[in-house]
Design a protein around this ligand. Structure first.
Ligand code: NAD
Length: 503
């Protein structure tokens, strides 16, 4: 990885065209400003400087994008799966070719550290390859014979889909949602988060360049309450795949009610990492630190609640404090940086407000709890100790590099604390007692659990949460279940008796 100065120079080269032309929508294969001509500015969390202007869509633009996706749908649905597979692989190839540009732009736009983002671009390519290879089996079904009928099932793509993504790791998350939709044969209208529009534009350009027909992938920019809302209400959009906050998910469900939208929600979390005294404590420490302080803690699967057994808590927390104080906060394009700035002032204000809340609740700030510098949205990685699970800092999703440590006596208490939250996205359990691990994970309320491991994503496995953390699953065939309709066809095997009315 190059040094900071070289990375900044390279980034400036990539940004030049955005600085002159702004970020446009991509509708029906054409780059377009918003119909009204409205724009908004996106700025970097590193130094608060304006990056460029962005098209600000209203319902008219969403209508045009939905129309394009609707018109393109029949031809894309009927494109041979092998052809779809080839195009998706080409998209992956082009992502790899432009991985450096994507990573640098993502860091500048979001504040995420390059050491993580360079891999995120490549993981985006992997998402396309994985679903490219699955495209040929998307329509597969079952044969369920009865005495009188040969029943077969097949899946058909549902139609144009709306994809709404958040600002944390926006590139990777966009690929995760869009690749299976295209592999299934759906067309897409994508609205990325207003705080981080850069790499969504690069991704849509790549798809276009890879030979995706006009209208199959449309990009619309703008704010959630205007552009996002219009997308969720549009009658030609059959489903909404949404990644974001739980309260936004709830709004989307209401907005989509009139048009009976199918929804897939990947929402917030307040995920426990449970450390028992029989665990490999060095590995547990590494994993707990990684899962909350990587990606600036702006990570839905972050282990934001540490539940640590009383017998080892003092020693474990002491080691934790030492390591947290040592985490390198800095410019996201510096390859040695571990934590960059938070996405935006709005989010910085939210995260830092919990420093006061912690004190009011009676917890201690054992590390961090301060801003770094006076420009950009940098905070020191923070650790709250002497906390209890009923405190606000243990219940609300802070979504920053902030960990709350809570002590427990025994397994029963650990389980009840772990489950005492509105969320249920992930859980991490550290113990060398296999029977306890089986018992505990069986009762832990979470969509995804790792035992003696940090979160390691494997694309064929289901990704998603329970309770307020989501509805539905991504990954493997589960993605197709969402983007496709099941169809049953029964063929009579002979002349079975048909009831005769009015005969
Ligand atoms: P957010 O909910 O504020 O915004 C997400 C997207 O929704 C943005 O594109 C926004 O413009 C849009 N939006 C906002 N209001 C809307 C409305 N009324 N109708 C339609 N669209 C609307 O979320 P965020 O702050 O960008 O992202 C952080 C959140 O995302 C956290 O809660 C995090 O846990 C969650 N997240 C979850 C997962 C997961 O897989 N479970 C992954 C990443 C992030």
């Amino acid at each position: 990885m190059s040094d900071l100065t070289t990375n900044i120079e390279t980034l400036n080269g990539h940004l030049a065209r955005f600085r002159t032309g702004g970020i446009l929508n991509l509708i029906n294969g054409e780059s377009r400003p918003a119909a009204s001509g409205a724009t908004f500015e996106t700025s970097s969390p590193v130094d608060e400087s304006v990056i460029c202007s962005v098209a600000k869509c209203s319902a008219d633009d969403i209508g045009a994008a939905a129309q394009a996706a609707k018109s393109a749908f029949p031809a894309w649905r009927d494109t041979p799966a092998l052809e779809r597979k080839k195009i998706l692989h080409r998209i992956a190839d082009l992502i790899v070719e432009r991985a450096e540009e994507i990573a640098l732009c993502e860091c500048w736009d979001t504040g995420q550290a390059l050491r993580f983002m360079s891999k995120a671009a490549l993981r985006g390519a992997e998402n396309f390859r994985f679903f490219a290879d699955k495209a040929t089996s998307a329509r597969d079904g079952q044969q369920l014979q009865s005495p009188t009928l040969m029943n077969v099932t097949t899946r058909v793509p549902i139609g144009p889909v709306g994809v709404i993504t958040p600002w944390n790791t926006p590139f990777m998350l966009s690929t995760w949602k869009i690749a299976p939709a295209l592999a299934a044969g759906c067309t897409v209208v994508h609205k990325p988060a207003e705080f981080s529009p850069l790499t969504a534009r690069i991704l849509a350009e790549i798809a276009h360049e890879a030979g995706l027909p006009p209208g199959v992938w449309n990009l619309v920019n703008g704010f959630g309450e205007e552009a996002g809302k219009a997308l969720t209400e549009h009658p030609d959009i059959k489903t909404i795949a949404f990644v974001g906050e739980s309260k936004t998910g709830s709004m989307i469900m209401k907005q989509g009610a009139d048009t009976l939208k199918r929804v897939h929600f990947e929402l917030g979390g307040k995920n426990p990492v449970v450390v028992f005294d029989d665990a490999d404590l060095d590995r547990a420490l590494d994993a707990a630190i990684f899962m909350i302080y990587s990606l600036n803690g702006e990570r839905c699967t972050s282990s934001s609640r540490l539940l640590v057994q009383e017998s080892i808590a003092k020693e474990f927390e002491a080691k934790l404090i030492e390591r947290v104080n040592n985490i390198k906060v800095g410019h996201p394009l510096d390859p040695t940086t571990e934590v960059g700035p938070l996405i935006h002032k709005v989010h910085f204000d939210k995260v830092t407000s919990y420093f006061e809340t912690a004190k009011q609740d009676g917890a201690s700030i054992a590390a961090g709890g301060t801003r770094v510098g006076d420009q950009g949205w940098f905070v020191r990685p923070t650790l709250f100790t002497n906390a209890t699970n009923d405190m606000t800092i243990a219940q609300e999703e802070i979504f920053g590099p902030v960990l709350t440590s809570i002590r427990f006596k025994d397994e029963d208490e650990a389980l009840s604390l772990a489950n005492d939250t509105q969320y249920g996205l992930t859980g991490y359990v550290w113990t060398n007692d296999i029977t306890r691990a089986l018992r505990f994970t069986n009762q832990l309320e979470a969509g995804m659990i790792w035992v003696n491991s940090e979160n390691v994503r494997h694309l064929p496995t289901p990704f998603g949460g329970v309770k307020s953390s989501g509805i539905g699953r991504d990954g493997g065939d589960w993605s197709f279940e969402f983007y496709m309709e099941q169809k049953h066809i029964g063929f009579a095997l002979g002349h079975h008796k048909i009831p005769r009315l009015g005969a």
